[in-house]
Design a binder for this molecule. Sequence first.
Ligand SMILES: [Zn+2]
Ligand SMILES: [Zn+2]
Length: 225
Amino acid sequence: MRVIEKHTPYFKVLETLQKSKDCALCVLEKEAVHSYFEAFLYENVNDPGTRDALRESHGYCPFHAHHIAGFHDTLALSILYKDQALLAASFLEKAASHRNILGEWTHHPMCPACRQTVQIRHHYVGILVSGMDEPEMKEAFLKYFHHCLNHFLMVLEGLHDEGLKRELAGRMRERLTGLAGRLEQYCQDCQKNASGETFDSPHRLAWKEALEISTGQKGVFEPLL
Ligand SMILES: [Zn+2]
Ligand SMILES: [Zn+2]
């Protein structure tokens, strides 16, 4: 068996798989993006290189702009959005009569937080995929099966063991068809209620699990896949 170096991120992924009731990769990704913003607000907001990069990308994308606003760091936000206001004013001065003004304005490098998110995503998926050679990681992945579909498919794509891929896909199919059955049951329970029976369906929240499988945890796959 190949011996992998069990460094901290390996254990972080393993422990999150074992402890979280949500998709572990969603949880890790959300934490890491949050830390990225904390570090930015603590250290980088006044750094000339960072401010130039944010001018080039026209600040953060709407999704990440609202994320960073949630930190309520009014000084950092004032520095950041002063640059953005001046940038937009200067653009209007030059481009007011351009035919494709919206296209010109929206043509810019990717939001730095989106770029960081993609890196974080690949980092954790890579750790999980290489860790699947270890029985404890494989066991945790199969036992605590809360994965969202997007992360699950990324892991599947990274694996080379065809037998394992089929086993995992089978497990996800079981989960999805079981869930579809519960959703169907809920629809039937609603009909019973509509026809006068008072019946509290145990499947009332199955849609939540289906939504989380389909889209991941709130705030993870927006706006990027
Ligand atoms: Zn996920
Ligand atoms: Zn973004």
